[in-house]
Write a protein that binds this ligand. Structure first.
Ligand code: SF4
Length: 366
């Protein structure tokens, strides 16, 4: 354990000279710290920074965010994924406006009680924004501590994680939690990476147990990796009278309140074209013809590997070519016929956004 305590001064000295110049580190404004922490969940920091900068320009204060429409917040979040984060951020801003006088609370328990905030984020915001002596244990911190202190239990399972959290608390230097937590995360992100850690360049190498024992590749101990599930889905871009049909998903479930082209899973023995015709009938009561294949989009989310077959559609039968018919929606809360150029104004899940980007102007001449 004495080596473990030698680790903290080495870590803090390194952070003092090597920290990245991230926008919220300039004045540690609590609102900015909170937004950055929500964005950094599940997302690499180099992707977070441009989104953060745009988001803060769009919603510069907590009051501006609290007053925003959900559609505008989702649009600002588009491309970052895990959209429940954006919805929870907005819900939390409104709760802070209503219950905390518009100021983010400084107390760990009050922060933890806000929508979308778990133990890690509450600890990070309390320590980084308000200098509270709380720990913030994310995947980077677990990896660093599991290596430096040779934790031999799977850190993603409750017993292993509890050991890491207890260790993080034990090592926390009173009054220095802001730097201590950020330094642990920064070391994990920059040097003590999951693969190819830079042990020769590491400021704590001299006290690192895993390095000393030559077991860096075995720490942290991993749980069984989840299986990846392939998912075959199909979607149709229905064009009529120069407009494209889109619908807004229901307020609950995956991608709640986001816009989409109708579609769904391709069932066993079904072609993509047949799936699209069936889905349109079920979700909109429109009868459609498949006019052309547009693209096959591949993307992954959580444990799914999605293959999305996309086709251009026309209304079948005797629809008036100049009238935009109304659907009978069963899987959406509202729908619109929009000009192709207006699609940029709506927030779509990643697969559909990739499709729109890939088609660019080509679709609209069809
Ligand atoms: Fe990580 Fe290597 Fe540094 Fe140990 S010496 S903390 S394993 S980068």
């Amino acid at each position: 354990m004495s080596d473990s305590f030698a680790f903290v001064p080495l870590l803090l000295d390194w952070f003092a000279t090597s920290r990245r110049d991230l926008p919220w580190r300039r004045d540690y404004d609590p609102y900015a710290v909170w937004v950055s922490e929500i964005m950094a969940q599940q997302t690499q920091m180099d992707r977070v920074v441009p989104y953060f900068t745009r988001f803060m320009a769009r919603f510069p204060t907590l009051a501006a965010l609290a007053a925003a429409e959900e559609d505008a917040v989702l649009k600002a979040w588009e491309g970052l994924g895990y959209y429940s984060r954006a919805r929870n951020l907005l819900a939390a801003a409104r709760k802070i406006a209503a219950q905390h006088g518009g100021h983010l609370p400084a107390d760990y328990e009050a922060i933890r009680a806000l929508p979308g905030i778990g133990d890690y984020t509450a600890g990070a915001v309390a320590s980084i924004a308000f200098r509270q002596d709380t720990v913030a244990v994310d995947a980077n911190v677990m990896r660093v501590l599991a290596r430096v202190c040779d934790i031999d239990a799977p850190v993603k399972e409750p017993a292993g994680k509890a050991r890491v959290v207890a260790l993080a608390r034990e090592l926390l230097p009173p009054g220095r939690a802001r730097d201590y937590n950020q330094a642990l995360m920064e070391l994990g992100a920059l040097l003590c990476r999951p693969k190819n850690p830079d042990c020769p360049g590491c400021p704590v190498a001299a006290v690192c147990q895993a390095r000393h024992l030559d077991i860096v590749a075995d720490r942290p101990v991993l749980s069984k990796t989840p299986d990846i599930t392939p998912l075959l889905v199909a979607t149709g871009v229905l064009v009529h009278a120069g407009k494209v049909f889109i619908q807004k998903r229901l307020p609950k479930g995956a991608w709640a309140n986001m816009w989409e082209f109708p579609g769904g899973r391709i069932e066993d023995g079904e072609t993509a074209q047949a799936a699209i015709v069936r889905e349109f009938a079920e979700e909109t009561a429109f009868t459609v013809d498949v006019a052309a294949k547009l693209a096959v989009i591949r993307h992954g989310y959580t444990t799914y590997r999605v293959t999305l077959h996309c086709h251009l559609l026309r209304l079948a039968g005797s629809y008036d070519p100049s009238i935009l018919p109304a659907p009978e929606l069963t899987a959406a809360q509202e729908s619109l016929w929009v000009a192709p150029g207006e699609l940029a104004n709506y927030a779509f899940p990643a697969g559909h956004r990739k499709l729109i980007d890939q088609l660019a102007g080509s679709l609209w001449s069809l």
